[in-house]
Ligand binder design. Sequence first.
Ligand code: NAP
Length: 243
Amino acid sequence: MKYALVTGASRGIGKACAIKIAQMGIPVIINYQNNIDAAKETLAQIEEAGGSAELLQFNVGNVEEVDAAIDQWEANHPDDYIAYLVNNAGVRHDNVMFMMPLDDWNSVINTSLNGFYYVTRRLITKMMMRKHGGKIVNMASLSGIKGMPGQTNYSAAKAALIGATKALAQEVASRNVTVNAVAPGFIESDMTKELPVDELKKLVPMNRFGTPKEVADLVGFLLSDAASYITGEVISINGGLYT
Ligand code: NAP
């Protein structure tokens, strides 16, 4: 059986991706860091709709936790493999550079960039060895394309993730594994709920924030057979908010 792992699937965009993937008939592994109640809510929504999912707690930025959780999952699923991976977990700690604490720099880079490396390196070999290959989607951001003041840490992490997406895509293309990135603009979620929405949405040609479901529909497409010849791409989803 082929599974999908969505990191940071307890809330926001990751939750919507898990629900979308389950609707596509793929069993989903719901990763979360702390928020077990929210993760259980994602699980319940999937199961109520007739889908299949399970929880897997780990901090994507802690290599020992990632290895232990995936070891355990593989031991419990000897005949299965994770063919679909959405590297979605991410955090935001905004500040202008001259006031940015080292911890805020490190935590944002560690979650988005090191987290991508820790999880992907564990799954890529099995994807490459299987006839059906695999599909990876990395959650980047407009901030990683354009650069956003007050987000040097976040822009750096997401820009690096885009570079890694393009490099890895070329490494594994011949093994039927695709690697793409999605670059959302402003999306309604806990991450953006404290922003001045009324001011910011004036910057967006569509005059609104996007929804997690709209991002999940794009991720679902990139994980589907319809996207089998797309790799190494960064697809923006931002209501027209281009650089
Ligand atoms: P969110 O609502 O704050 O949700 C973040 C999710 O990531 C939660 O499920 C959280 O788990 C999980 N998470 C955080 N750190 C983790 C870690 N170290 N290990 C495992 N899970 C972790 O955020 P969101 O808005 O949905 O953002 C999801 C992704 O989209 C992020 O990569 C973000 O950078 C990107 N993005 C968001 C926007 C936007 O406007 N919202 C725009 C561009 C890109 P817990 O519930 O356990 O804390």
